[in-house]
Design a binder for this molecule. Structure first.
Ligand code: PMP
Ligand code: GLN
Length: 419
């Protein structure tokens, strides 16, 4: 075989957690509460919007559109987020449309992180932040959200130690990534926490990447506070969003980054040379959907806000189902995942592949009980994986019947064990 070596920048990289566990869920035909996607229909107006675009008699509908974002879409995004961010966003140079939020994140690392730069990542974190930092030649520096005490049951009790965080900033620090609401924990950062981070960014001249893909999925008593709206933070924040998340169409893979042009320009330079332009029909359809939603903001029919109400109920249902089988869920305030402690369960999972206990446990549960989830040590850096190993993540953007069926399977196992 020809001895052609992989590039240095991917050396040591293996399959991501999604590669293994999405395949396992599909191969075993397990009930899939793993990878995050809804198993119910996307809003009618969004799907119809796309089918109308496809029927358009304008032949240009099917051709390339403006590289940095389809004009109708960037206009809609700028109009919507100008309201949210109390800042007049320029659609032409402060918005960039990408292939999913993943695309925007990749451009951020490629366009702004140089070899030797340090990137602060808050654990548990959406797993791609680490390999993206490394591919750019940067060094990830991890800091964990830690439970205030043993047996916490709310994500509010997972907090950053301000002194520990302050100690991580130095002259090499280029960026900090804040995922708010967070995946997998579902923590929604409050104003005080965000201000603490913002003050450190300003003090040390650091970029803040605010991954807000779950921006509308915030539950009772909580509020989404956008990092870019904090005093003097617009100029150093890139906000990352996803149409897939807000419209329940994860397969459309369309996202965007919003930032002042002096930051966004670096992302645009990467984008123009690797993707150049995203799908025109999807951009047109998302634009139409955003226009409709903007007209509905504040009304009960608004999908963006009514989805949160529906998900609030699903979160409570999932939590009840888990408690019913003696598991202890950590109740999220946002997002659509729920982390659950499994460390007390005495199951022999040794023969279920390589790696940490949670990985083996999820393989066992998927294969033997037919319920797929995600192991949480995947969301921690090497040094802190032991913190995540005690949890698995359940996705609750599912039909109630799907969650009930999964719970029945788990309950049956619990009852057989105690029989
Ligand atoms: N960031 C976070 C926190 C996510 O959970 C996801 C989920 N896919 C993404 C980014 C990527 O989103 P997209 O599917 O739009 O690429
Ligand atoms: N964000 C989704 C999740 O956390 C999907 C991730 C993925 O498919 N790579 O489940």
């Amino acid at each position: 075989m020809a001895d052609i070596k992989p590039a240095e920048r991917i050396s040591g990289m293996g399959p991501s957690v999604w590669v293994e566990f999405t395949k396992l869920a599909s191969d075993t035909k397990a009930i899939n509460l793993g990878q995050g996607f809804p198993d119910f229909a996307a809003p009618e107006h969004v799907v119809k919007g796309l089918s109308d675009v496809l029927q358009s008699s304008n032949p240009l509908t099917h051709q390339y559109t403006r590289g940095f974002g389809h004009p109708r879409l960037v206009n809609a995004i700028a109009a919507l987020y100008s309201k949210h961010m109390s800042h007049e966003i320029n659609p032409m140079n402060e918005v960039l449309v990408s292939v999913g939020a993943y695309g925007s994140l990749f451009y951020i690392f490629m366009g702004l992180v140089s070899p030797g730069d340090e990137v602060i990542i808050i654990e548990p974190f959406f797993d791609c932040y680490e390999p993206m930092t490394r591919m750019a030649g940067g060094t990830p520096r991890f800091i964990a959200l830690k439970p205030k005490n043993e047996n916490v049951t709310s994500t509010k009790d997972f907090v950053l130690d301000p002194e520990e965080l302050a100690g991580m900033f130095n002259e090499k620090t280029k960026a900090i990534i804040v995922n708010n609401p967070n995946n997998p924990l579902g923590k929604v950062f409050n104003r005080e926490e965000l201000e603490m981070i913002a003050n450190l960014c300003k003090k040390h001249n650091v970029l803040c990447v605010s991954d807000e893909v779950y921006e509308y999925m915030v539950y009772e008593g909580q509020k989404q506070i956008r990092m870019a709206t904090l005093p003097d933070m617009w100029e150093r924040t890139i906000t990352v969003c996803s149409a897939g998340k807000i419209f329940s169409v994860t397969g459309w893979k369309l996202g965007w980054a919003i930032a002042p042009n002096h930051l966004l320009n670096s992302l645009m330079l990467v984008h123009q040379n690797c993707v150049y332009t995203c799908s025109t029909v999807l951009q047109e359809a998302v634009a139409v959907s955003l226009e409709k939603e903007m007209a509905l903001l504040g009304k009960p029919e608004c999908y963006l806000t009514s989805l949160a109400e529906e998900l609030n109920g699903k979160r409570d249902k999932m939590a009840d189902l888990l408690r019913d089988i003696n598991l202890t869920p950590i109740i999220p305030d946002g997002g659509y995942f729920i982390m659950t402690d499994i460390s007390h369960l005495d199951v022999d999972v040794e023969k279920y592949g390589e790696g940490r206990k949670d990985f083996k446990f999820v393989r066992w549960m998927t294969k033997e009980l037919g319920v797929a989830t995600i192991p949480c040590s995947a969301f921690y850096g090497e040094e802190h994986k032991a913190l995540g190993e005690r949890y698995i993540r359940f996705c609750f953007i599912k039909e109630n019947s799907t969650m009930e069926k999964a719970a029945e399977r788990l309950k049956k196992w619990t009852e057989e064990r105690h029989a």
